[in-house]
Design a protein around this ligand. Structure first.
Ligand code: AMP
Ligand code: MG
Length: 287
């Protein structure tokens, strides 16, 4: 199987979103098993990967205890509206110990947040050593929605790409492994999902009439995404574009990218700093 990171990784300066088929399923290992029942195949795979993620996270936590190691992992999810960020989180982390995961969603900055630099709230939300962090939206909104709506002048947002690269570089040097994923859906798929939100009473709460105004700016957003990904996919913190019209593929791909990141860290249980046999005798004697 080709490494998914190679298939989905953004080569800086080379990405064209329009050239990516949002229904594609690159890197799926066993075409025949998948073709039979892709959803069942994915459910099984993602469940198994979830168990691996959970085991890795426990080791990450154990190794980080008492400052022995400073490794932590951050998944950044970005997408157009209806891109599937929430669904990805609930599926990929389904089998992971919730004590080890911290999910943070970023909406429009509060009055307090607006008093600070755009990275202020991001820094406060970073995972501690030993944890898996998930950002549902992120500092990238400050070069996406902020740029599309000109919420700050161009001379301000245009400087942020370099600021973001330097910021992420520092985090990586400090023990953070970051997995940056754009869930890439088509305009048609977004319409389908908007309609599903209206038609299904249990999804209606997710519908926001304002989403249509954003949809009208589809091209501006695609351009902003393309620039962000081309400028901020760095060796230390690469971007991945996951074709996301098919939810079963999206879940499998994100889970797989995360597992690869943790396998790269390969966290280990720490060696005990006490004499196990002696402690054992003491516990027995303390009956
Ligand atoms: P949702 O993910 O549906 O809860 O929507 C969150 C909203 O917050 C989206 O419309 C984002 O564009 C908006 N948002 C997130 N970050 C920022 C930001 N830094 N500035 C302005 N709007 C933001
Ligand atoms: Mg929304």
């Amino acid at each position: 199987m080709t490494d998914l990171r190679e298939l989905l990784g953004v080569r800086p300066g080379h990405l064209r979103l329009a050239a990516i088929d949002t229904r594609a399923t690159p890197g799926v290992p066993d075409r025949r098993a998948v073709n039979d029942d892709p959803k069942a195949w994915s459910r099984e795979q993602v469940a198994a990967i979830g168990q691996d993620l959970s085991a890795y996270q426990e080791k990450l936590y154990a190794s980080a205890k008492e400052g022995a190691a400073d490794r932590r992992v951050l998944l950044i999810l970005q997408a157009m509206d209806c891109g599937g960020k929430d669904g990805t989180v609930s599926n990929v982390f389904h089998g992971v110990n919730p004590a080890g995961v911290r999910v943070v969603s970023f909406g429009p900055p509060t009055a307090e947040e607006r008093k600070h630099d755009f990275l202020w709230r991001i820094k406060l939300a970073l995972p501690q050593p030993g944890y898996l962090g998930v950002f549902n939206r992120s500092h990238y909104e400050d070069v996406l929605v902020v740029r599309v709506h000109q919420l700050v002048p161009e001379e301000v947002w245009s400087k942020r790409y370099d600021v973001i690269n330097a910021f992420e570089r520092e985090l990586v040097d400090d023990g953070l492994t970051v997995v940056k994923v754009m869930l890439h859906i088509s305009r048609e798929e977004q319409q389908k999902r908007l309609l599903a939100r209206l038609d299904d009473p249990t999804k209606r709460w997710k519908y926001n009439p304002g989403d249509l105004a954003e949809r009208a700016r589809w091209q501006d957003y695609q351009q902003a995404y393309e620039d962000a990904l081309n400028r901020c996919s760095t060796p230390a913190a690469p971007w991945y574009v996951v074709p996301a019209d098919r939810k079963w593929y999206r879940n499998w791909a994100v889970a797989t990218l995360l597992r690869q990141a943790l396998a790269g860290i390969d966290p280990q249980y720490p060696k005990p700093d006490f004499d196990v046999a002696a402690e054992r005798e003491k516990v027995v004697a303390a009956a």
